[in-house]
Ligand binder design. Structure first.
Ligand code: MTE
Length: 288
């Protein structure tokens, strides 16, 4: 991943309020105490036009520009591996039994930019319960759709396709972990990972795999796309950690999109009280 390019982002409170009003209506979820409430939202136009989704190109504006021909409906997610309810689940059937929740989270990219995004989605813990994983399932592996016809970036070997990611079972079932289906009260735009993507707010954004078509319960730590691409730069854990720099840049500060001054990066992206205990005793310099 290249270092974050210079900003060029405008915005401000009036834009945020306008976006809120424009997009508040259809996909409202239940308010959650897990939401970040004390920081201004990143305007919707920035959330949907400054993206990393290499399947549509490597520049920040590429995903919006190149994803109009992507079809997120109909959509099927295959659930497989060490669980009692494997199968092919149509998107609607996957979502229907669950409560859609509103979760506003900070998103911190490993490139040292950040946003505050109002997501809607389903707790991954709840979804996982339904698939009834076996005790031998220690990790959850996720796969993005492979559609080179609709995803021009997949026609070039920029990364090993399809994009894959994974979480340890306790991370996957943490209260914060979300399968997002919407943002700003509307279904996910293609460039943000339609129709369903992962959000793990205490980890760098690259863990948030988009347009998921497979969820597999496995007993070993799965491979992950960015670890395959550059193992010295991107680890499996990828917890936001201001004390462990990227080999090519500092992780001590970040550029919040829409702000001029850099701000300090917080341990676990500010979610330490809810996640730090999962890593007790682990050397976070080795397990980066
Ligand atoms: N998922 C897929 N399939 N392909 C990608 O290139 N990029 C990741 C992550 N999920 C990526 C992906 C990275 S590096 C980041 S920072 C976030 O998506 C960005 O999410 P956003 O564009 O919605 O802000």
């Amino acid at each position: 991943m290249a270092a974050a390019a210079a900003s060029g982002f405008a915005g401000g409170l009036s834009a945020v309020l306008a976006s809120n009003i424009a997009y508040a209506a259809p996909l409202q979820g239940t308010k959650s105490p897990l939401s970040t409430t004390d920081e201004p939202l990143t305007p919707r136009r920035d959330v949907t036009s400054y993206n990393n989704f290499y399947e549509f190109g490597t520049d920040k504006e590429d995903p919006k520009q190149n994803s109009a021909g992507f079809h997120p409906q109909p959509w099927t997610v295959r659930v497989e591996g060490l669980c009692k309810k494997p199968g092919d689940y149509h998107f609607e059937d996957l979502i229907k039994p669950h409560k859609v929740v509103d979760r506003t989270y900070r998103l911190r990219c490993v490139e040292a930019w950040s946003m505050v995004i109002p997501w809607q989605g389903i707790s991954l813990a709840e979804m996982i319960k339904r698939f009834d994983p076996q005790p031998s399932a220690k990790f959850v592996a996720f796969t993005t759709v492979m559609r080179p016809d609709e995803m021009p970036g997949q026609r070039r070997p920029v990364l090993r396709w399809p994009y894959i990611e994974g979480l340890r079972m306790d991370e996957a079932t943490n209260d914060l972990t979300l399968m997002a289906t919407g943002l700003y009260g509307k279904p996910l735009p293609n460039q943000d990972g339609a129709p369903i993507r992962l959000i793990v707010p205490w980890k760098y954004g690259f863990k948030g795999i988009k347009s998921i078509v497979k969820i597999a319960f496995v007993d070993r730590q799965p491979e992950t796309t960015w670890n395959i691409a550059a193992p010295d730069e991107y680890g499996f854990y990828a917890n936001v950690n201001p004390e462990v720099d990227h080999p090519r840049w500092s992780q001590g500060t970040e550029r919040r999109i829409g702000e001029f001054r850099r701000r300090r990066t917080l341990m676990f992206n500010g979610y330490a009280d809810k996640v730090a205990s999962m890593y007790a005793g682990m050397d976070l310099r080795k397990n980066y």
